[in-house]
Design a protein around this ligand. Structure first.
Ligand code: C5P
Length: 224
């Protein structure tokens, strides 16, 4: 097993959900716990990398040696990532980013009595952080996640192509007790010309396996 030394390299890892305000007290979000992203941050730091963890709201402690930047919305997450990007060697997009946000956030709490009808939320598309990183001027080694409920491999490979990623970690989220909010996971790690199936294991162990898989490819495809 090739244990590569990440000394001198910088990872940016996004983790957790994003939160899109509807009004001052309500928001759109999802069930992401942030566990996988935090486990990756811990594993990369343990392997010697400098790690910047750009995190949506979670209940998790910051892993030792990791620099954490807290954000709420997708746009804040994108800004935080872009600020750190010039020094980034590896980007892992593990956050469950909200694909949509409310077009106009209400400045006051939306009241029942203001509407005879239920309010209609107008949604607009959020930026795709992963895609923007992968198509930036000097892109880092870019790793995405794909949570799929069917045609796992085919859908993940399409995503790899479309977003121009070096690697994608595909999870079957239709399996009860795995993935979202759970402590274990199983996955296929895919690149253009390789495939590695990871059996069900803890997110801690999976993070180590993913960082190892990145090392194998990263240190083969770059000069240093
Ligand atoms: O296309 P899909 O959302 O399934 O892709 C998932 C991958 O893209 C994940 O790595 C996720 O972190 C990233 N993503 C992102 N910004 C978005 C949507 C997804 O970075 N707006």
């Amino acid at each position: 097993e090739a244990k590569q030394d990440w000394q001198g390299k910088t990872f940016i890892i996004t983790a957790g959900p994003t939160r899109e305000a509807i009004d001052p007290v309500r928001y759109i979000s999802n069930h992401s716990s942030g566990k996988m992203g935090y486990a990756l941050a811990e594993a990369a730091a343990h392997a010697g990398a400098k790690v910047i963890l750009v995190s949506g709201p979670t209940q998790l402690p910051t892993p030792t040696g990791v620099q954490r930047v807290d954000v709420e919305t997708t746009e804040q997450m994108l800004n935080a990532v872009q600020q750190q990007l010039p020094n980034c060697d590896v980007f892992i997009g593990c956050a469950a980013v909200s694909d949509y946000r409310v077009a106009e956030v209400a400045s006051q709490k939306i009241k029942k009595e203001q509407n005879n009808q239920p309010p209609q939320l107008k949604l607009v598309q959020n930026p795709d952080i992963l895609q923007q990183v992968a198509s930036s001027e000097k892109p880092p080694f870019t790793v995405g996640f794909a949570a799929e409920t069917e045609n796992l491999k085919a859908n993940a490979l399409r995503k790899l192509e479309r977003k121009q990623l070096q690697m994608i970690v595909a999870n079957d989220v239709s399996q009860v007790g795995l993935g979202f909010n759970s402590d274990s996971n199983n996955a296929i790690i895919l690149s253009k010309d390789s495939e590695q199936s990871l059996p069900t294991m803890s997110k801690h162990d999976m993070a180590i396996a993913i960082i190892d898989a990145i090392a194998k490819r990263y240190f083969n495809t770059t000069a240093n």
